[in-house]
Write a protein that binds this ligand. Structure first.
Ligand SMILES: [Zn+2]
Length: 443
């Protein structure tokens, strides 16, 4: 099966066909997988790609396969494929395949890449191309699914080159409904944990993935799968996603603002980024997502509580919720180890009961959003490891989960037409995918 390069190629049949679409029933926990057998063709919106500026998906990538000379042996060359074994070196591999020590010497001393063959790794593939006299004509050493070193004979010399192939990008779709946790739902839908983390990171300014996730929350995600020689080699970018949290839908579409760094924006051009993260701990470390109303472990009552507690294993990293300056990194009897960060004139965040501080964290230190400032612990008045987190606006405690947060810069008005042209196809893909799913569910 040949996969076309994506760009504006949209391989829907495959995307939907591969999608192991998951319906989680809350009543009995059974999972149905209704779509593995048939591929469903979506009715795609017609995209006039002549009117669109080119997508920047490939901007940072090496030349496409068409531009790379194909390593195709001459008719009378024999191809010998072999894999590096543990304890191998080039001389051993040559010997095993009946090649001459002289050729080992010539290729491994060739400048400038020959020395790279001194470090070869078990499992990597070597392909020899030899003529009828068993003379080595070409050697290809694959260092990864997309990267290889090529050595070409030229008389009594070898010239080496490094070749990087571009993977074929194929659009894929996943949908999941959460019953217990995002990770369980994602795994059922066939998303890797890494992709699930990236999905959560896209929405981490709007959704507290530790405390706000509820049964019935759902996600729809359009992303790239990367293939090389018809083999799946990994996930590419998430191009568009929607997360429905407690009935509210958040939608994000990837867009490159021209500086080569793709970022995520709502369809109206607002950045998904905000000045503060909703939760300053990584949700993946936290097991009890739905344990909301903790009774205070020491006082056994629900006390007026001016912050939020995130129960998490000792050592779970704690992130600065926003850019700012550490004003206190100290210890008291009640707070244990704690950090206070000032973010401009208006905002202050506090982090209590840490087992230890992040590297270099002390008062006066500037920190960036997402930087690790400490680790969850149970120092001070705490019986179990947790982070106590407070959020103050003009000196007044606010609920960090509901306080409205300032946005990062949106798409400027003059760029809006360009932005819409760029992103509408992905918004349409999401819409189409969602409606296909609801039609399928209704059957
Ligand atoms: Zn607390």
């Amino acid at each position: 099966m040949q996969f076309p390069r994506t760009h504006l190629f949209i391989v829907i049949a495959l995307g939907f066909g591969l999608c192991s679409f998951v319906v989680a029933k809350f009543t009995d926990d059974t999972v149905e997988d209704r779509f593995t057998a048939e591929a469903v063709l979506l009715d795609l919106p017609v995209v006039d790609d002549t009117a669109l500026p080119p997508l920047d998906l490939d901007a940072a990538l090496p030349p496409s396969p068409e531009e790379i000379p194909q390593a195709r042996p001459e008719q009378n060359w024999q191809e010998i494929k072999t894999k590096v074994k543990p304890g191998d070196n080039l001389a051993l591999i040559f010997k095993r395949n009946g090649l001459s020590p002289r050729d080992v010497h010539l290729v491994s001393t060739s400048k400038p890449l020959g020395s790279r063959l001194k470090n070869i790794f078990p499992g990597h593939e070597i392909v020899f191309y030899v003529d009828q006299a068993k003379q080595l004509m070409r050697l290809s050493y694959s260092t990864g699914p997309l990267d290889r070193l090529e050595f070409e004979r030229n008389g009594d010399e070898f010239s080496g080159s490094q070749v990087t192939a571009e993977p074929a990008r194929v659009l894929a779709y996943k949908h999941g409904i959460i019953d217990h946790s995002l990770f369980v739902a994602s795994q059922r839908a066939g998303l890797s944990d890494a992709l699930t983390m990236r999905l959560a990171q896209i929405f981490q300014w709007d959704i507290d993935f530790v405390l706000d996730i509820r049964p019935g929350d759902a996600f729809f995600v359009v992303f790239e799968e990367l293939y090389h020689n018809d083999e799946f080699i990994g996930h590419g970018n998430i191009l568009a996603a929607e997360f429905v949290n407690q009935g509210e839908a958040f939608r994000a579409i990837q867009y490159d603002r021209g500086d080569g760094r793709a970022d995520y924006f709502a369809p109206n051009g607002e950045s998904m980024r905000k000045a503060f993260l909703r939760a300053p701990v990584e949700f993946s470390r936290i097991s009890s997502n739905f344990n909301l109303r903790r009774v205070h472990p020491l006082f056994k009552t629900i006390r007026p509580h001016r912050g939020i507690d995130y129960a998490a294993p000792t050592g779970t990293p704690i992130m600065a919720a926003g850019d700012g300056k550490v004003t206190i990194a100290s210890r008291t009897e009640a707070n244990g180890n704690y950090v206070v960060i000032r973010h401009g004139e208006q905002f202050v965040t506090k982090y209590l009961h840490l087992s230890k501080f992040g590297r270099g964290i002390k008062s006066g230190k500037r920190v960036e959003q997402g930087q690790i400032i400490g680790y969850v612990g149970a120092t001070g008045w705490a019986t179990a490891p947790h982070l106590h987190y407070e959020f103050l606006v003009n000196g007044v405690h606010k609920n960090p989960r509901t306080v409205s947060l300032p946005n990062a810069a949106p798409i400027p008005q003059k760029e809006m037409a360009f932005f819409k042209a760029h992103t509408q196809q992905y918004a349409a893909l999401l819409d189409n995918y969602k409606s296909q799913i609801s039609v399928a569910l209704a059957r």
